[in-house]
Each structure stands twice: as structure tokens, then as C-alpha cells.
Design a binder for this molecule. Structure first.
Ligand SMILES: [Zn+2]
Length: 369
């Protein structure tokens, strides 16, 4: 290890706070950062130091704010969203703690600073609470459309979450009503009430596919066929509202809620999300693979709602690396917004303190992309 100073730079340098720098750098000596700042200033102070271009970005460890680790062994799928749902239903039995362990291993190898995960089965939550060496939030997924069962389901989940919360773990537990259409209105209201009273974070897939909007507004379309095919009860309760408007009407939006996707939205809905303090996670590669379109980043940024990034699961994303989500959008969205999305915004969504690169930070805590 050399004790001679080196200047590290990249297309974007982000130290975890403030505005990411397009002409920035870090001075590195003996495996530690000793200075950060504009490249010109660093060059002036360290005229002899070699300058090393590290690639697209230098940032604190990234955060994968939305995944499903229990889908890590399910084959990658590309195709229309309703067919993807069939693919997931048909691999239901693959969603095990072993699969989650494989996904967690991938996140560790990537050096992420935290993760947000939706787990389908309680035993997967249990396993992650017990074993995860990484901090994050694991949300138990809830799917139930029978309004008569709302009380029973809600109190059972409240008890499970309270038990997990007593454990000494890096993982915080939360809950995930699957989508606005896969939980009854009654259950959704109860879950949100529990989350608010008890301080459990909520994460929910919202406004992902065009088919979701058709189902919610008209009660028809390709998603309507799925329950019939698998012998589940048909969708009956049609709110006649778009997903975000429906959640607004129910009083579900707010800072305790993170919506994932938020692709099928108009400007008024983006405004509702922004004004309510609702958080948003984008999964651009999964959206592309499943024919869902892309989040209107310009609308979110116009209303000062900066999304975080997630990969979604290995069944609709080729890996669990959020840097690849940012790089996928690199030419369409300001890279300074993307590096913040992949780092600071992810920590915030998960309730974790965003790390900073300052004098003394070990280079192991600096990710180059
Ligand atoms: Zn998802």
C-alpha cells in the first residue's frame, strides 16, 4: 500500500451529501480518504499526485431499496406483466429461506450498505431477521381480498411483526400490502392503521403496469383473468380510480409509505405523492423487462420528489446491483440525480443514516462504478 497521495476521480463524485460533483475528486493516502473537493483545488494542493479515473461514479456504498430475495432462484423472465405474475405464481414453492440466503449473498458480494426486501413467507422474514449481516427493512407481504377476514389477518400480522421486532437484529420489520388490488379496502385501512400506530414501515407495489390501471379503473383487462385461471376469487371491488388516487382517497399516502414503481402516473398524482411525503422507489430494468414503461423522472424531480432505486427480484432483473439500474438510465436522467438515488435516497427510504465520505473514510467504504 502506497503512502503517496493519489487523486481519484470519476464522471460524478458524490460524498453522500450536498450536490454530486461533475469535476470532483478524492485524495487517497494509505487506504483512506484524506481530502474531498473540486478536482481543480485538489490538483493545486497535490500537484505531484497521480490522477486516477475510476469510471462513471465514486459514491458511498449503494442501497438496493426494493428486492424480493426469496425469488433469487426463479428464472429470469421477460414479457408482459400479467405473464410475469403467472411465472411467479407457478414458482411459488421456490420462495424459501434458502433462496433468500442466495440473494443475500449476492448483496453482500456487491458491498451494499443496506437493502429493502419484500418476503412472501413468514419463514423468510424469520430467517433474514436472524441471519442478515446487512442492515435494512424486510416487509412481510400481505395478499388477501376477502373483507370478512380483514380483522383476523391484520391482528395476526401485528402479532408476528411485534415478535420479530423484539429480536436483536440489523433488520427492521415492516409490512407490504402487495398492491392496491390484492388486498381488500378494509384490510388495507387496518394495515395502515397498525403501521402508523406501531411505527412499522410500509412498502407497496403501486402504478406499475398499464394493466393495473385498467383493472383498478374499469375492473377489466388481462389481470382479471389470472384469478380465474388459478382458482382464486375474482376481482370484484373496483374502486374506479387510478392506483395513486385510490390510495389518496383511502388516506394511505404519507411518509410511512414507500411505493415501488410509480410508473403509471400523471402530474397530479406525482403532486399527491410529493405533497403527502410518500417515498418512491424506481426499478427501471424490471419495468423495461415487463413492458411497464418508465417512471416519468422529470415529473418527480419537478415536484422535488427524488426516488430511490431498487432492482426488484432476480426473476425480472439480471442481477441485484442498483448501480446497473442507474447506469441503465445514465443518458436519460441527470447522473447526479441517479447517484443520489442509488445511495442517500435509498438509506432514507429504509430509515438508515446515509454514510458520508469525509477525511478518514476507509476506501473500502467508497464504491467505484
Ligand atoms: Zn417487487
Amino acid at each position: 500500500m502506497t503512502l503517496e497521495p493519489e487523486i481519484w476521480t470519476a464522471d460524478v463524485v458524490y460524498v453522500g451529501f450536498g450536490t454530486p460533483m461533475l469535476e470532483g475528486g478524492l485524495v487517497v493516502v494509505g487506504g483512506h480518504v484524506t481530502a474531498v473537493g473540486p478536482l481543480a483545488e485538489l490538483r493545486q494542493t497535490y500537484p505531484q499526485a497521480p490522477q486516477i479515473h475510476k469510471g462513471k461514479a465514486l459514491t458511498p456504498p449503494t442501497v438496493n431499496a426494493h428486492t424480493h430475495l426469496d425469488l433469487s432462484t426463479v428464472p429470469y423472465f421477460r414479457g408482459p406483466y400479467p405473464d410475469f405474475i403467472r411465472h411467479v405464481i407457478e414458482h411459488d414453492r421456490w420462495r424459501t429461506p434458502q433462496a433468500a440466503a442466495q440473494g443475500l449473498g449476492e448483496l453482500q458480494a456487491l458491498g451494499v450498505g443496506g437493502f429493502g426486501d419484500i418476503a412472501y413467507r413468514p419463514e423468510v422474514v424469520e430467517w433474514l431477521v436472524e441471519h442478515s449481516p446487512l442492515p435494512g427493512v424486510v416487509y412481510l407481504e400481505v395478499i388477501n381480498r376477502n373483507p370478512d377476514q380483514a380483522d383476523l389477518v391484520a391482528s395476526k400480522i401485528a402479532a408476528q411483526l411485534s415478535n420479530w421486532r423484539k429480536r436483536n437484529s440489523l433488520i427492521r420489520v415492516g409490512l407490504s400490502p402487495h398492491t392496491p388490488y390484492n388486498v381488500s379496502r378494509e384490510l388495507l385501512k387496518k394495515l395502515v392503521e397498525i403501521a402508523r400506530l406501531e411505527g412499522f414501515p410500509l412498502q407497496m407495489h403501486v402504478a406499475e403496469s398499464p394493466e393495473e390501471t385498467v383493472l383498478m379503473t374499469q375492473g377489466s383487462g388481462a389481470l382479471q383473468e389470472i384469478p380465474l385461471q388459478y382458482g382464486f376469487p375474482a376481482y370484484q371491488e373496483v374502486p374506479g380510480l387510478t392506483p395513486v388516487r385510490y390510495l389518496a382517497e383511502l388516506g394511505v399516502l404519507g411518509p410511512h409509505l414507500t411505493i415501488v414503481h410509480g410508473v403509471q402516473v400523471d402530474e397530479e398524482e406525482v403532486q399527491m405523492l410529493a405533497q403527502s411525503g410518500t417515498r418512491v422507489v424506481a426499478c427501471p430494468r424490471s419495468n423495461e423487462a415487463l413492458g411497464c414503461g418508465q417512471m416519468p423522472w422529470e415529473l418527480y424531480l419537478k415536484h422535488r420528489l427524488e426516488p430511490a432505486l431498487g432492482t426488484d427480484s432476480r426473476s425480472s432483473s439480471p442481477d441485484l446491483d442498483v448501480r446497473n439500474e442507474a447506469l441503465f438510465l445514465w443518458k436519460r436522467v441527470d447522473p447526479r440525480v441517479l447517484v443520489r438515488a442509488a445511495t442517500r435516497n435509498g438509506y432514507r427510504v429504509l430509515g438508515l443514516e446515509p454514510p458520508r465520505i469525509t477525511r478518514g473514510t476507509p476506501v473500502s467504504q467508497v464504491q467505484s462504478w
